[in-house]
Write a protein that binds this ligand. Structure first.
Ligand SMILES: Cc1ncc(COP(=O)(O)O)c(C=O)c1O
Length: 409
C-alpha cells in the first residue's frame, strides 16, 4: 500500500470511530439511515466557497442542502447572500417562515396556486423572484394575478450550454441562447405591466457539474478539460454580446452564474454579479474530482450491519439511496468509513439491504455502522427526518430536514 493510501485508510478508520462515538450518545437510535453532518468541515467548505468566489456574493442553492438550519448557518456567514430555491412553494416557505428577503427560484414554476399567492402578497413579491424563459411563464402569472397585486420580479434564464456540432453539452433548460433571444423576452417583460426584470442567469452546468478528472481514464479527463475550456471561451463571447444588448435597454442589476464546480471561473466573468453554490458545502462523492478544490466531505449516512452472509461479506440495512441523473454506477452511494468496503456488482445499493465486500468486512460485526457518502448533496435529506450536526466527537444538535418538517416540494 502506498503512503497516500495508507494515510487515507487511517483517516477513514478515525472518521468511522469518531462518528460512531458521536452517535452513540443519541437518546434513541433512528429507524432509517443516520444522517450526520460535520459542522467543522461544513464551515471550512463554506469559507472555501467564499474564497473561490473572489469577492462576489455566493447565493446558496437550497436543493443541495434541504435542511433549514444548515442553510441558515451558511447564510449567516459573510460572503453568502440570498438563496436559489428549487421550488416556488419552497421559496414562499423560506420567505414566510425563515423570513429570507432574497429568494430566487432557480427554475420556472407552473404551480398556479403558488403563483397566485406570490402575486397577491406584497411581502412575498418583494422577497421572491421567479425564473422565466418563455412568454408563457408571464402569461401564467397574469392568469392568476389578483387585481391591484404587487409587481412580480423575474429573472431570465439563458442557456449557457455548449454546442459542438449537433451535440448540446450542458443542461437542457432555457431555449434562449443569443442576445436577440434574450432581448425579445426582455422586451416582452417591459411591455407587460406588473413585472420587474431583476436580472439574468447563465448556469454553465457542463463546467460546474462535470468533474475535471475521470479516475483511471486520462483520455476522458483530457476531453472534459478541452470541452470546458472551449465552452468557457464560447460563454465569454455570448455573455459579452448579451450584456451589450441588455445595456442598451438599461442593464440589469443581477447576473447569476456558476455552481460549486465552477465558482472561480464563473465569478471571474465581468458581467456576473453573483455565483451560486450548494454542493460544495457537503461535498458528496460526485464532487471528488475537480481540479479547482480539494474535496472535504462533510456529510455521511450510517447503516448498521445486520448479517454476515458468508466469508468476505457483510450486509447492512437499507442502502439504496441512488442519486438522480443519468443512471449509472456513479449515482450509487459510496461505502466510505471504515475503509476497504465496496458494493457488490450483483446487488449494488439495495432496496432494504445492501451486501458489502472487500478487506474491510473482516473488522465488522453485526450492529456496527458503515458510513456512506451520497453521490449528491441534497438528496440524503429526502430519506431522513433529522440531521445530526457533529463537532469533533459530539452531536451538538439534531435538526429537521425539509422532510422532517413535513415539507415535500
Ligand atoms: C441553476 C443552478 N445553479 C447552480 C447550481 C449549482 O449547484 P451546486 O453548487 O449544488 O452544484 C445548479 C445545480 O444544479 C443549478 O441548477
Amino acid at each position: 500500500m502506498t503512503h497516500r493510501r495508507f494515510d487515507e485508510h487511517v483517516v477513514r478508520h478515525r472518521l468511522a470511530a469518531r462518528l460512531d462515538r458521536a452517535v452513540a450518545t443519541l437518546p434513541e437510535s433512528p429507524a432509517g439511515p443516520v444522517y450526520v453532518v460535520d459542522l467543522d468541515a461544513f464551515d471550512r467548505n463554506a469559507a472555501d466557497l467564499v474564497r473561490r468566489a473572489g469577492g462576489k456574493p455566493v447565493r446558496l442553492a437550497t436543493k443541495s442542502v434541504r435542511v433549514p438550519a444548515l442553510a441558515r448557518r451558511a447564510l449567516d456567514r459573510p460572503g453568502f447572500a440570498g438563496v436559489l430555491a428549487y421550488n416556488l412553494r419552497e421559496a414562499l416557505w423560506l420567505a414566510e417562515h425563515e423570513e429570507l428577503a432574497d429568494v430566487l427560484v432557480g427554475y420556472p414554476s407552473v404551480d398556479r396556486p403558488a403563483l397566485a399567492r406570490l402575486a397577491g402578497d406584497e411581502t412575498l413579491a418583494q422577497r421572491v423572484a421567479l425564473m422565466v424563459d418563455d412568454v408563457e411563464h408571464l402569461r401564467l402569472v397574469d392568469s392568476v394575478r389578483p387585481a391591484g397585486g404587487p409587481p412580480v420580479r423575474v429573472v431570465i434564464d439563458v442557456d449557457a450550454g455548449f454546442r459542438a456540432g449537433p451535440a448540446h453539452l450542458g443542461p437542457r433548460r432555457s431555449p434562449l441562447r443569443t442576445a436577440a433571444d434574450v432581448v425579445r423576452l426582455v422586451d416582452e417583460v417591459s411591455r407587460c405591466p406588473g413585472f420587474d426584470l431583476v436580472g439574468v442567469m447563465t448556469y454553465e452546468g457542463q463546467v460546474a457539474g462535470v468533474p475535471d478528472v475521470a479516475p483511471g481514464n486520462p483520455a476522458r479527463s483530457a476531453a472534459v478539460r478541452r470541452m470546458k475550456s472551449a465552452s468557457l471561451h464560447d460563454l465569454r463571447r455570448r455573455r459579452a454580446e448579451i450584456a451589450t444588448a441588455l445595456q442598451d435597454r438599461g442593464g440589469v442589476a443581477l447576473w447569476n452564474a456558476g455552481g460549486s464546480g465552477s465558482l472561480e471561473v464563473s465569478a471571474a466573468a465581468p458581467e456576473v454579479t453573483e455565483v451560486t453554490a450548494g454542493s460544495g458545502l457537503l461535498v458528496p462523492h460526485l464532487f471528488d474530482h475537480y481540479r479547482s478544490f480539494v474535496p472535504r466531505p462533510a456529510a455521511w449516512f450510517g447503516l448498521p450491519v445486520v448479517r454476515r452472509p458468508g466469508p468476505g461479506l457483510v450486509t447492512v440495512a437499507g442502502g439504496g439511496l441512488i442519486a438522480s441523473g443519468p443512471a449509472g454506477r456513479d449515482r450509487a452511494p459510496l461505502p466510505w468509513a471504515p475503509p476497504g468496503l465496496a458494493l457488490t456488482a450483483m446487488e449494488g445499493a439495495g432496496e432494504v439491504q445492501t451486501p458489502l465486500h472487500g478487506p474491510g468486512v473482516d473488522l465488522l460485526g453485526i450492529g456496527d455502522v458503515v458510513w456512506f457518502r451520497h453521490a449528491k448533496a441534497g438528496e440524503p435529506a429526502e430519506h431522513t427526518a433529522v440531521v445530526h450536526l457533529v463537532s469533533g466527537e459530539r452531536v451538538v444538535e439534531s435538526v429537521p430536514t425539509y422532510r422532517g418538517l413535513g415539507l415535500t416540494w
